[in-house]
Design a protein around this ligand. Sequence first.
Ligand SMILES: NC(=O)c1ccc[n+]([C@@H]2O[C@H](COP(=O)([O-])OP(=O)(O)OC[C@H]3O[C@@H](n4cnc5c(N)ncnc54)[C@H](OP(=O)(O)O)[C@@H]3O)[C@@H](O)[C@H]2O)c1
Length: 228
Amino acid sequence: MPTALITGASRGLGRAAAHALARRGWSLVVDARRAADLTGAMRGLAGVVAIPGDVTDPGHRARLAEAAGGRLDVLVNNASRLGPSPQPPLASYPLDELGRVYDTNVFAPLALIQLLAAPLTAAAGTIVNISSDAATEAYPGWGGYGSAKAALDQLTAVLAAEQPSLRCYAFDPGDMRTDMHQQAFPGEDISDRPEPEAVVPALLRLLDGRPPSGRYRASDLTAPAVAP
Ligand SMILES: NC(=O)c1ccc[n+]([C@@H]2O[C@H](COP(=O)([O-])OP(=O)(O)OC[C@H]3O[C@@H](n4cnc5c(N)ncnc54)[C@H](OP(=O)(O)O)[C@@H]3O)[C@@H](O)[C@H]2O)c1
């Protein structure tokens, strides 16, 4: 059975993706910073190695890579940092916090890709870097998180050009009813946003169909095919 490493699997999209792949019988390596939440989220699933820790910690990343072993089919860089809430305009964005956003959303995913390049190549594997519409749209207040996701998109595009034996995707899930979304819209009612489970079919379509490397929106992958 294939193996996937999913970061940030204790809730939201990471948890939903982990459950879907575990139900298919995949072996999983997963993480999140809060150990108890991670253990609770993975309860009842078989074939899961849960390693609590922070993706920005090189020692933790090394433990994830060790657990993945010599062959890895899929890496999902999902763990992410929004930054301050409410999000400040760039003119007053605290640069130390911007650094932490980039550490989590750009440097940690690339560091994991570097560590896992050999096992991913051994499997002719797939890298999924979870992006956002904030990477391509200029929403006021989203300059920190959005520019980090834009950097992640560009890393993904260059990796695709450099690693033709791999599939390298930037995957934009669209709005989801999650803790991060609530953090981005403090005090707002976000109950009209879809649950993260609603996005999983699009992610599975990407993994199953293995279209050419590139940037994909969940809404495009779930939309019915247009008749010629
Ligand atoms: N929600 C949306 O509307 C939306 C829209 C577009 C894109 N996205 C993207 O979708 C992905 C999933 O977001 P989500 O809304 O599902 O987030 P979420 O519900 O807040 O879950 C985030 C997960 O990542 C973990 N995590 C956060 N920082 C981490 C770190 N430094 N190291 C290890 N694990 C960490 C969290 O657990 P701990 O806190 O315990 O570490 C949690 O398991 C993210 O890449 C996000 O940018 C979300």
